[in-house]
Design a protein around this ligand. Structure first.
Ligand SMILES: Nc1ncnc2c1ncn2[C@@H]1O[C@H](COP(=O)(O)OP(=O)(O)OP(=O)(O)O)[C@@H](O)[C@H]1O
Ligand SMILES: [Mg+2]
Length: 393
């Protein structure tokens, strides 16, 4: 049988794995790529290729070899100029090479959002030296959040609350940055009431939204998420309007995770992923079609049906705490036995652990009750899952 489409997936983590499952259900052939073998998405894909997504020659060779209908980035750290080259040659990059390029660098997407589109963001300046960061502190005042312009999952990110913390923030950002551009964004710390991810689908038949997802972050990385996030109609409308503008500016088809901070009815744009979002894993139990199904449908040009919530739901992460390739994940039976909710879990099958590496997630949906009840169930399920490590080598 001829596949529905041939997909080259760049990055093969847990989000990629669910995307492979969604696209395979629609008859696609998927080649999963990552820098290491047996990555989560490779375990369920048709073929795998191991190379660094930052290696332009290897990336070009993989595109030439497989001649995919769709090139689907799953991570930010990709040699995006190569994607632009292949897009110019007629290949389809999801959602667009521009989106991959703009979101890889915080400064590119922030300037586009704040300056070109006029969205409300925190006040910010860039700094390319320790001295410039001190100047930024003087200009914007404290507290400030400092982040490398190229990083994800909170890497290199810290909050400066007193002037004396400025040097440490610079060093931390310099150590946590990716790529070779030593530049940080210093932005006003927003004392938000809550933050959300608005999953926004740009499809052939227009723009669609999932109900807002609330989440809690620690060390710049997500710990739990829930859906729906309680929000005023005015705040939700403001977030939807901003999300529409930004996805239209980036173009292409697919699902985007648009992040906002909310304080009262004030909605502040933070950043976005032009692909499924980690906090959106809650949709694996909360919605008729999850974020991976929606991404696949949008990419393939299929219609997007009405998105309905099956019940208040939540996800909670399972993290490792050390480096090991000799470990065991136990307690799944106890986790799935948590009552008062429909409970599910994903164990990602990553071959090695690292401190704070996400190894799995628990999911909970309640038949009646609110997101608070779902959060409690997902958290107690996550507490049952244990990573036991073998003797250290
Ligand atoms: N200006 C800010 N004010 C208050 N909190 C902030 C600010 N910037 C970031 N944060 C907090 O840090 C989290 C991570 O920040 P951000 O999303 O910018 O980083 P990231 O490294 O891109 O994370 P990810 O890749 O996981 O989305 C935010 O979700 C928020 O909780
Ligand atoms: Mg983020």
């Amino acid at each position: 049988m001829t596949p529905t489409a041939k997909i080259l997936l760049l990055g093969s983590g847990e989000l990629g794995r669910e995307f492979v499952i969604a696209s395979k259900r629609l008859g696609c052939h998927v080649i999963a790529c990552d820098s290491y073998a047996k990555a989560p998405a490779m375990q369920v894909a048709d073929e795998a290729e191991v190379f660094s997504m930052l290696d332009g020659a290897a990336l070009g060779a993989a595109i030439e070899k497989h001649q995919p209908d769709f090139i689907v980035p799953e991570i930010e750290a990709i040699r995006t100029e190569i994607l632009a080259d292949y897009e110019a040659k007629g290949f389809t990059v999801v959602p667009s090479a521009k989106a991959a390029q703009m979101t890889m660098n915080r400064d590119a997407i922030r300037d586009m959002a704040a300056t070109d589109l006029g969205l409300i963001t925190s006040r910010y300046v860039y700094a390319e030296s320790r001295e410039a960061l001190h100047n930024a502190v003087a200009e914007l005042g404290l507290p400030l959040v400092v982040k490398p312009v190229m990083s994800s999952s909170g890497k290199g990110q810290s909050t400066v609350r007193t002037e004396t913390e400025t040097d440490a923030a610079w060093d931390y950002a310099a150590a946590g940055m990716r790529g070779d551009r030593l530049r940080v964004i210093a932005e006003q710390f927003i004392d938000f009431d809550y933050e959300i991810t608005l999953l926004t689908i740009r499809a052939r038949d227009g723009i669609h939204f999932c109900p807002p997802i609330g989440h809690r972050q620690e060390r710049g990385d997500y710990r739990e998420s829930w859906q729906p996030a309680a929000m005023s109609t005015a705040a939700l409308k403001a977030a939807q309007d901003m999300a529409s503008k930004v996805v239209d500016a980036l173009g292409g088809y697919g699902l985007f995770g648009v992040e906002f901070f909310v304080k009262g009815d004030a909605v502040i744009f933070s950043e976005l992923s032009p692909r499924p979002h980690d906090t959106g894993m809650v949709t694996l139990v909360s919605q008729t079609l999850n974020e991976f199904d929606l991404h696949a449908r949008a990419i393939l040009g299929l219609p997007i049906p009405a998105i309905s919530l099956l019940g208040a739901s939540a996800s909670a992460v399972v993290l490792a705490d050390r480096d090991s390739d000799d470990f065991n994940i136990t307690g799944l039976a106890d986790a799935l036995a948590v009552s008062d909710a429909h409970i599910d879990a994903r164990i990602f099958g990553k071959p090695v652990t690292r401190p704070y590496r996400r190894m799995g997630v628990t999911l909970a949906r309640v038949a009646d009750g609110d997101a608070k009840k779902a959060r409690a169930a997902a958290l107690s399920a996550a507490e049952q899952i244990n990573i036991s490590y073998g003797p250290t080598q």
